[in-house]
Design a protein around this ligand. Structure first.
Ligand SMILES: [Zn+2]
Length: 427
C-alpha cells in the first residue's frame, strides 16, 4: 500500500536527480542576488553563489567566479541571499503543538523540519536530548536534508555533589553529545541553585573530556563566577542588573559568547493576553487556531497575568535588552539563540521575533545576521556551517527584500536551502 503510493514519486526523483547530476556534476549557481555571507563584510552586489554537491564552492561577483558550463543556474536577480539562521540555544524533540512530553525520533525530525521551513537551518539543542537524537546529530549529516542540522547537549547536568554531577557528564559522554550544559539559577528564589563547588567540578571535567559547556544563568553575580570558572557560553541574558565594568572586562578577556534569548522572557508573560502574533500570517503558516486554543482561555490568561514570576521576568526584560546593547558595543561576541522548543516557545517563529527584539535592543541587522551565522558557528565550534564560505554546507535563505533595511525582511523568504536542496514549503 505505502510502497505503491510512493513509487511514482520515487521514479520522478530518481530520473530528475540522475539527469541533474549527469549534466552538472552537482554544480548549482545562484546568480544576480546581493550576497550577505555572514562574516559581517560588505555585501556582494550582483553576486554568484556556486555550490557543488550541497557545499559552497565559491562566493563572489560575476567577474571573479567562473561558473562551470553545465552548472544548473538559478537567476535570483534582485533577491538577497543570507546564510541559514543558526539558533545557538534551542531544544529539540519534546514538543508537538504547545505540549511537551512527546520525545521521540519522529518529534525530533518534525521539530527540525519546522525550524527549517522558517529558515532556521541549524539548532543547538541545549539539553533534554536522549539516545534517539544521536543518529540525527549534525556530525552524521552526509547529504542534503529537509530539516535543520542539530547539535546536542544531552541531559542537563544536575547534582547536589560533584560526584553526582560527574556521573551525568559521563553518561552524556558515553551517549555522544556535542556540548555539556548546566543551570546555575534559583528560578527567582524558588529552587536551590547549583553550588560553586559542583559547577566548578563540572566545567573542569567537561573541558578534560574536550567539551564546551553552556551555562544557563540569570544573575550578574553568577555570570561573573561562571566566567571565572571557565564557562564557554552564557546561554541567557544577565537579567537582574545592568552589567558592570568588571563583568565586561572579564567577558571581553575570555572572549566568551553571550546569547540573549529575549523570547524566553517574552514567553513567560505574553500569554497573559491574546498575543499579537497569533494573527500574523507568518505565524499562521505553521501554527493554527487549534494549536493555540488553550492559550486563548481567559482563566489561563488570568493566571499568567497574576503570576509573580511572569511579572518579574517582564519587568527585567529592559535590563536584559540594555545589557545586550552594552555588550555588543563592547565587542563581546553575541550569538543568536531563543530557548525555543519548550512548550509555547514556538519553534521557527520565535527566532524571527528574537531578531526583531534584538533590533529593538539596538543591534543593527548586520550584527544580528552575524550573530546567527559566523559568531554562532565560530564561537561554538559548529563544523561546516556559519558563513557562506567554500567548504561549508550550502545552507542559505533567498529573500525577497533587503534585511539590512529592516531585519523583519528575513521573514520574506522566497526559499530556504539546506545542503543545496530547497526546503519544501509544506511538511
Ligand atoms: Zn534552554
Amino acid at each position: 500500500m505505502h510502497l505503491l503510493r510512493f513509487l511514482p514519486l520515487f521514479f520522478l526523483c530518481t530520473l530528475a536527480c540522475k539527469s541533474q547530476q549527469r549534466s552538472a556534476d552537482g554544480y548549482q549557481a545562484f546568480t544576480g542576488a546581493t550576497i550577505i555571507d555572514g562574516s559581517g563584510g560588505t555585501p556582494i552586489p550582483d553576486g554568484v553563489l556556486l555550490l557543488q554537491n550541497g557545499k559552497v564552492v565559491a562566493v563572489g561577483t560575476q567577474q571573479n567566479v567562473t561558473i562551470p558550463t553545465h552548472a544548473i543556474r538559478h537567476d535570483v536577480t534582485g533577491k538577497t541571499i543570507i546564510p541559514g539562521i543558526i539558533n545557538a540555544h534551542g531544544h529539540v524533540g519534546d514538543v508537538q503543538g504547545i505540549e511537551g512530553g512527546h520525545y521521540s525520533a519522529q518529534t525530533i525530525k518534525d521539530n527540525l523540519a519546522l525550524y527549517a521551513r522558517y529558515g532556521i537551518t541549524t539548532v543547538v539543542s541545549l539539553g533534554g536530548d536522549r539516545e534517539a537524537a544521536v543518529p540525527l546529530r549534525a556530525v552524521n549529516d552526509t547529504t542534503a536534508t529537509q530539516r535543520a542540522r542539530m547539535f546536542i547537549a544531552g541531559e542537563v547536568i544536575t547534582g547536589n555533589t560533584p560526584a553526582e554531577a560527574l556521573e551525568v557528564i559521563d553518561k552524556n559522554h558515553a551517549m555522544g553529545v556535542d556540548f555539556m550544559k548546566i543551570r546555575v539559577d534559583d528560578n527567582l528564589g524558588t529552587s536551590p541553585k547549583m553550588t560553586k563547588e559542583v559547577y566548578r567540578a563540572v566545567i573542569k571535567r567537561s573541558h578534560e573530556l574536550g567539551y564546551k559547556i553552556a551555562t544557563h544563568m540569570y544573575y550578574l553575580d553568577d555570570a561573573k563566577k561562571l566566567l571565572d570558572a571557565g564557562t564557554d557560553l552564557l546561554a541567557h541574558s544577565v537579567r537582574d542588573l545592568p552589567v558592570d565594568s568588571a563583568f565586561i572586562k572579564s567577558i571581553q578577556e575570555k572572549k566568551v559568547p553571550y546569547c540573549p534569548t529575549f523570547t524566553r522572557e517574552l514567553s513567560t508573560y505574553v500569554y497573559g493576553d491574546t498575543a499579537d502574533f497569533f494573527t500574523d500570517p507568518f505565524f499562521l503558516r505553521a501554527y493554527d487556531q487549534t494549536t493555540i486554543q488553550p492559550l486563548l482561555d481567559p482563566a489561563r490568561q488570568a493566571q499568567v497575568r497574576n503570576s509573580k514570576s511572569a511579572k518579574t521576568y517582564k519587568q527585567q526584560l529592559p535590563t536584559a535588552m540594555a545589557n545586550l546593547k552594552t555588550l555588543s558595543d563592547a565587542g563581546v561576541p553575541i550569538v543568536f539563540g531563543t530557548d525555543s522548543g519548550i512548550p509555547t516557545r514556538f519553534m521557527g517563529y520565535f527566532e524571527h521575533l528574537e531578531m526583531t527584539m534584538m533590533a529593538d535592543a539596538g543591534l543593527t541587522p548586520m550584527q544580528i545576521i552575524v550573530s546567527a551565522s559566523k559568531n554562532a558557528a565560530e564561537y561554538l565550534g559548529l563544523k561546516d556551517v556559519g558563513t557562506l564560505s567554500p567548504g561549508h554546507w550550502a545552507d542559505f535563505l533567498v529573500l525577497d527584500a533587503d534585511p539590512l533595511v529592516d531585519i523583519r525582511n528575513v521573514r520574506k523568504m522566497e526559499s530556504v536551502y539546506i545542503g543545496g536542496e530547497k526546503v519544501a514549503d509544506k511538511p
